[in-house]
Design a protein around this ligand. Sequence first.
Ligand SMILES: [Zn+2]
Length: 481
Amino acid sequence: MFSLMAALALATFSAPDAVKADGPFAQRGYYLTFMRMPTYDLADWERIVDGVRDDGGNTLFLWIAGGFRSHKYPITWKYNEDHENVRKDFVRSLIDHAHAKGIKVLLGFTPFGYDGANQYALEHPELRAVGKDGKPSAPFGIGCWGVNLCPSRPESQRFMLDYVREMAFDFYPNADGLMIESSDYAICHCDDCGERFFEKEFQFVRRISEEVWARKPDATVVVYPHYFSGADVPGFGVKAAKLPFDPRWSLMFTPHSAHPEPSLIKQARASFWSDDSPARRGPQDIQANAQRARREGMTGYVPSLEAFTFVASVAEEGQPWLKDQRQVPLGFGWLRPGDPPYDELPVRVNRIAFREFSSNPDLPLDRFREILGREVFGSASSRQAVDDLLDIQSVFNSGRTWCQPSPATCPERVRAMAARGESTNATRAEIRAALDRVRAIAARNQKPTTEGERDLRRIAIWVLDRWGEDDRKLLEAKPSL
Ligand SMILES: [Zn+2]
């Protein structure tokens, strides 16, 4: 583990500055939706931050809005009052802890929408954004359901400024800057916004950026390219604004909502590629994204490792069976609500992949398998053991969505799919095949000699135990009519 040792050595010399990353990226780390993980306290979060460091990270995008006890706007956290940080504020201490580990923390939020901000419209319906159909926007959210605000309204601008000032200057002045994430699901289509939506959003973005830099000239402020590029913004049918770019900004790019802009990347202080592969996909996707980030000239690779533990107050993703249920972080249903998922075997595979591929995107897959096997099974590692480990990882992430576990690990989901007519002979056969492989993994590890084998067996048996006799009937092939 030369790269890790080197990074650790650097950590002792350069704290509290961010640890210098090895490999092609100056910034490495994860994007975490803190506000959607209400069940973890300071000790849990310190462990999570330590994990970021273990994975070679020096940067943490910590999405905070909706997850802190705003004095000015209690409506922003009312929905989240059970969140450990709303009960007893600890993020300032967490940021200090991160600094001691050489990790920079950027406070994440979405202007005029998503968690926290979307609650303000509940008290101020006159500020609601307008949808494409010309009608007031319908409620939307993930965990935090509300309505996005129209940025052309002075009161919306005033609220956003006040709320983020409180977060950044009163609550967490020790943070290293902001991660201002433009919404990926809706804008305002009213007569005043429309084609000029991103200009309106930018009024707030520029003002809060200047206020942050006035206090901390070196602060990192990450924004989306939608204010500068003039390009089509994915999904909204409007173009980005074409306003002057200040090279003090850093930029965020994603596969689904903000495509790379080479001319802006060259000017920006830093540029970050963020995709969902560590959270929802597998090692080869992580490698492909690390390679893409490097090819596009990004200075940083900070993908999502989001896990949710909120109780759904609505039918998330249109799935009534999720309502009133606590979200299962990364699909690991054996965890107690207060246990973070990040040390569990399937996600360790992706964390090791992130550590290795973000340090060396060209690492041959065989070499990765070797590193993975040695780390999990020690000298007992074998080709078969690594195959089994990668297979278990894929069983958990294959078909998993942000809010729903993978079908093979979740009969409730398969039952809902059947009720909606979405279960086909092909999907049923796929799940049966996955369960057969899991059964073989459990059998092969009947007499585990290492911690890794024990975990593999425990998790395999957990998956098989999900499926009672009635559940298995859901998987039977049906004669075609
Ligand atoms: Zn508007």
